[in-house]
Structure formats: C-alpha cells, structure tokens
Design a protein around this ligand. Structure first.
Ligand SMILES: Nc1nc2c([nH]c(=O)n2[C@@H]2O[C@H](COP(=O)(O)OP(=O)(O)OP(=O)(O)O)[C@@H](O)[C@H]2O)c(=O)[nH]1
Length: 128
C-alpha cells in the first residue's frame, strides 16, 4: 500500500497547545489531530506544514523542532505522519476545515479522542 506523507504541527500559544477536531465529513470523522496535511509535489516538509497551517487555520507559525515520524496503517490507507513543534506567531485563528479546536494543557490533550497515528506523537511530546 502506498504511504502518504503528511505533516502536522503541535502549535504552542503561550503555555497551551492547539488540537483540532476533524469534521463529520472528513476521513476519521470527529477525531482530534494536530493541524497539517499532505505534502504536495516539489514541496519540503517545512513548506508543507506552514502552508497547511495558513490554509486551515489562517495563522502563521514558527517551526521549532522535528519530532519522530510515525508510519501508521489505517484499514484503507497508510500514512507517514511527520510532526513538528511550533510557536504561534500571528493571525486570527479561524477554522477553515475543522469542526472544533481546543487550547489545552498536556493533561487535557491526553483526554481527547485522537486519530490513532497521533498517539505515539502525543506520547513523545508529553514526555519532552
Ligand atoms: N493533518 C493531519 N492528518 C492526520 C493526522 N493524523 C492522521 O491520522 N491524519 C490523517 O492524514 C491524512 C491526511 O490529512 P488531511 O486530510 O489533513 O490532508 P489534506 O488536507 O492535504 O488532504 P485533502 O486535500 O486530500 O483533503 C488524513 O487521512 C488524516 O486522517 C494529524 O495529526 N494531522
């Protein structure tokens, strides 16, 4: 099965972390994830995550650190999820695709119903 490369960002707003909820019409409906998306042809990972965050959330971020990529197989597709930590820089947060968001501390993040591929990333981040 083809592996789809996807970037995501763990965006920090002061001492809170942004998590977003997929809408009912998206794949993995209503699951929580870190905003991001598929890498396009000719795009670097960093270009991809900055573009996706701008398109999906209307904000600009500064990338801090790359965490460990996760390869995860869902029943009908397989992704390589490439995570970055980032700081919020500017822009008014507006959800363009997702149904909800939270700004949460680490304990609150653990209690969300995450897309499965995100679980190892969440664990690595919590332990940083
Ligand atoms: N953005 C993002 N996608 C994730 C995460 N975890 C996870 O399993 N995925 C899966 O990765 C796939 C690609 O994400 P996406 O749908 O946001 O990508 P996109 O906007 O570029 O895709 P599209 O243009 O086809 O709608 C989705 O099937 C999504 O379910 C995550 O934390 N962030």
């Amino acid at each position: 099965m083809k592996i789809i490369p996807v970037t995501c960002a763990i965006v920090k707003f002061d001492d809170k972390i942004l998590a977003v909820q997929r809408s009912e019409t998206m794949k993995l409906p209503l699951k929580w994830e870190f905003a991001g998306g598929k890498i396009e042809e000719g795009e670097t990972e960093i270009e991809c995550i900055k573009r996706e965050i701008s398109e999906e959330l209307n904000i600009h971020i500064e990338i801090k650190e790359k965490l460990t990529p996760v390869i995860h197989k869902y029943p009908d597709f397989k992704i390589k999820l490439i995570p970055f930590t980032a700081d919020y820089v500017s822009g008014e947060l507006k959800l363009k695709e997702h149904s909800d968001f939270v700004l949460a501390n680490k304990q609150e993040l653990i209690n969300l119903d995450w897309a499965e591929a995100d679980l190892p990333i969440l664990k690595e981040f919590i332990e940083l």
